[in-house]
Design a binder for this molecule. Sequence first.
Ligand code: PHE
Length: 357
Amino acid sequence: MTLYLRKTSKSLNISLMLQAKIDSIRSEAESAFQAASTSRDLYELKVKFLGKTGSFQAVMKEMASLSVAEKPLAGKLVNEAKQALEALYQSCESALKTRELEEKLKSEVLDLTLPGVPAGRGAQHPVSLVTEEISMILSRMGYSIRTGPLVETDRNNFEGLNVPKDHPARDMQDTFYIDETHVLRTHTSPIQVRTFENEKPPLRIAAPGSVFRSDSDVSHSPNFHQIEGICVDRKVSMAELKGTITYFVGEFFGKGLKTRFRPSFFPFTEPSAEVDCQCAVCKGKGCRMCSDTGWVEIGGSGLIHPNVLSYSGLDPKEWQGFAFGFGIERMAIIKYGIDDIRLFSENNVRFLEQFSV
Ligand code: PHE
């Protein structure tokens, strides 16, 4: 009996101590929950008090030393406190969340009447623009468009054009060799060889495209563009060549600009002529653009050399032809008054967007 009483009083003592401890944690948690200013802080407090390593878990550990009879009572006390705190957490959390949402809505004012940010529009590159325009003019003059590969055989780029291997004329167009028999084409003239071997004259072909040379300075880029004009028929003379080019130049730059033909040399034409056009910027008076000469060179031309025709199986006694090759960047430079060839490949948007139509 004594033993029982003693045990009861001891047990009561322990329960009271535990109760006091639980109460103190509970009231500490309650005031902390109520003082939390953000839902994030509140959540951290919840972890601190109710979490797996929180204050109540420590109390539960202490309960291990209690007797079997005391444990349920202590457990009940802990559970009651935890439940009450859980409920308080829920109500504090929803109040904080509501307040936070209201603040967010107030700070993020969305004005649906504001005009949108316009998306930048692309523009055609001046080289594409000029290529297209030149091709259109030549199409109207009865020329059909053909293209060829950028990596060309040495045969089509040189040999078929009357430039034999190891011939000094190769120095005119030093290039990038891919291997012994392939080069990056140095001009659009290999399309002459391709055309003569695949199509039957009479023919009129225009071939625009990218070409490569092993030189680079202020006015030369290792990669630029050309357009080749090819005409093969019975009885073609320099008169047709001059007439065609003069008409074409007038269509492209505007009527009234004169053309001039200077004797020149190309292995694949005989006779050959360099084509100059009156400077479109100063109309021939002389300016920076044309180095005060009034004229700007746009490319080469001539009557197709008999060796070129016979190399590709055409009888030069039956067929004659003329060809010309103009630099597209050159023509763009003259037409738009651009003073630096490097602008074409720098991809500066402020330069490029000036050509948008
Ligand atoms: N292919 C020559 C060059 O690039 C230009 C040209 C073409 C000359 C056709 C005559 C005839 O320099």
